[in-house]
Ligand binder design. Structure first.
Ligand SMILES: [Mn+2]
Length: 306
């Protein structure tokens, strides 16, 4: 493959196929004249940060666009929690995947959604077989990408238990056991760390709150505002949660994630951490970060299609 001149990390597409094509066009990608996939004439690669499926109106277009790019070498994909839910459901209960509790605790009670009118049963099986060859994290040399969080500890656990993909049935079944080290590690990378808070209103409703792990100390995410998400997480709630120290990100170089569905204009989470998920379905804007080798991220390198 020819030299890669940079990476364009694209946030959660969530079935917004037409919006994705507008963003690719804006970033300088073109349809390949013979093979039809999107590619960049000056050697850039797209990196999809996961959650390509579910929610939006053109799920089939989104999946087909991403898949053709990955198969022709013009893009990478890391798995999001929606893709992991689909895989887990199809592997453990192929005849009735919607009856399976999702892998992600965040989506408890929500069925796996992949619109019936756009995907036949055969299409779903084919897509799941393909997704199972995709990684949960990518280290591209100077740039790391995962759907929700990076932790060297949890990358190490998954590397020792089957590697970055969920190709083995053993790994998929381990995901279904919430106490397995594989499930814990996959959740941190693909769903992000959470804390469980004591009930405030209904006595038996404990609140599961996302953590802004990029802040020091970590914050509870109480608002969808990237630069002021919420209050510091009480230290006792952080017991038992293994995270990389925020300074590790500075030493390791840039990290880009999706998943957090922020509002507003894209801003950096730190000099070396960016999120590219600004809730395309809700806000109508799909965000990318254009990386060309810089060690410190720059706000001016966000791009946005609407
Ligand atoms: Mn997500």
């Amino acid at each position: 493959m020819d030299e890669v001149s940079g990476y364009d990390v694209i946030g959660d597409v969530h079935g917004c196929g037409r919006l994705l094509r507008r963003l690719l066009d804006q970033l300088g990608y073109r349809r390949h004249p013979a093979r039809g996939h999107w590619w960049h004439p000056s050697g850039r690669r797209a990196v999809f940060a996961g959650d390509v499926i579910d929610r939006g109106p053109e799920q089939r277009l989104a999946v087909d666009t991403v898949r053709a790019m990955v198969d022709h070498g013009s893009a990478h994909l890391v798995l999001g929690n929606h893709e992991l839910d689909l895989i887990a459901a199809m592997v453990t209960e192929p005849s009735a995947p919607d009856s399976v509790a999702p892998f992600s605790g965040e989506r408890a009670g929500q069925p796996t959604v992949l619109s019936d009118d756009q995907f036949s049963d055969a299409d779903r099986h084919d897509l799941v077989g393909w997704l199972r060859r995709m990684p949960m994290w990518l280290d591209l040399g100077g740039l790391r990408v995962a759907h929700a969080c990076w932790s060297d500890h949890h990358v190490g656990v998954l590397t020792a238990h089957g590697g970055p993909t969920v190709a083995s049935d053993h790994t998929v079944h381990a995901l279904a056991d919430p106490h397995s080290p594989v499930a814990t590690a996959a959740r941190v990378l693909v769903e992000g760390p959470h804390v469980t808070q004591a009930p405030t209103v209904a006595p038996n409703r404990r609140r599961r709150t996302r953590l802004a792990w990029w802040a020091d100390p970590p914050l509870l995410i109480e608002r969808r505002v990237p630069d002021d998400p919420g209050s510091p997480a009480p230290a006792d709630l952080l017991d038992g949660i293994t995270l990389d120290h925020p300074s590790a990100a500075h030493a390791r170089g840039p990290l880009i994630v999706g998943h957090y569905a922020f509002d507003g204009d894209p801003v950096l989470l730190s000099p070396t951490v960016a999120c590219v998920d600004y809730a395309a379905v809700r806000t109508g804007q799909l965000v990318a970060y254009r990386w060309s080798g810089e060690r410190q991220l720059r706000r001016a390198n966000f791009a946005c299609a609407s």
